[in-house]
Design a protein around this ligand. Structure first.
Ligand SMILES: [Ca+2]
Length: 234
């Protein structure tokens, strides 16, 4: 087949449109209406790391508003993870609030675990810290949207759509390669709510490139004072 300039241009336009339509999308959204390890989620269920013999329901509940509510005592650990082979370009976002925290920084965590290139956010009622890196003051006793974007070795953290922290991976290491969140310390304690957790391992996207998963067209969802669960029940 002879490829003319015009047909080549057409092909490029089609490819560009297809790439634009599929390049930036959420690969997975956990919406807080079932416990993360609920078998009813099927292949969308998370693996749970929990104190031996304990049940997820002893630490976690689903609220009527459709949030995961974790009440973490000093003798339990309970976090959730989904394993992925390639996390080099990942966008991870959660809408979360933290009422209390004591103990190790990773007691309340949102993580991209990737061996030596692990990075995560440590959450506190009044600030967040990128492990091994800077902190950012934010009143997390009210809901905020936290986005961690990993692009190779670089990490950018956005709070409510605004760039808040720039850092590097490798602030900690892990044996896992996974998206992880929850109560990460046995001895640490905390109370926290998760409205949603969303991620894609297919790219490093700013909020402009990939809007929050719950943002209806024309509405800045992340600034609304109610939960996604409430919206879903309207
Ligand atoms: Ca604990």
């Amino acid at each position: 087949m002879k490829i003319t300039g015009a047909s080549l241009l057409s092909l490029l336009v089609v490819l560009a449109l297809a790439y634009g339509a599929f390049a930036a999308s959420w690969e997975y959204i956990y919406d807080g209406t079932k416990l993360p390890d609920d078998p009813a989620l099927g292949d969308k269920a998370w693996k749970v790391f929990i104190t031996k013999g304990a049940k997820t329901s002893e630490v976690c509940e689903i609220t009527p508003e459709g949030e995961l509510h974790i009440t973490d005592p000093s003798d339990r650990v309970c976090f959730f993870y989904r394993e992925h082979k390639d996390l080099s370009h990942t966008t991870l976002e959660a809408r979360v609030k933290v009422l209390s925290q004591s103990g190790a920084p990773y007691t309340i965590c949102l993580e991209i675990e990737d061996g030596a290139d692990t990075t995560y956010l440590c959450l506190f009622p009044d600030h967040i810290t990128l492990v091994g890196g800077p902190s950012y003051e934010v009143d997390l006793t009210k809901y905020h949207t936290l986005r961690m974007v990993r692009k190779g070795k670089d990490v950018i953290v956005y709070v409510d759509g605004k760039k808040a922290i720039e850092g590097k991976v490798g602030g900690d290491t892990s044996s896992r390669h996974a998206i992880t969140f929850g109560a990460g310390s046995t001895g640490g304690t905390g109370e926290h709510y998760w409205d949603y957790v969303a991620y894609t391992t297919k790219g490093a996207f700013s909020p402009d490139e990939l809007p929050s998963p719950t943002a209806p067209a024309g509405v800045e969802r992340r600034t609304l004072p109610i939960t996604w669960g409430e919206i879903k029940r309207m």
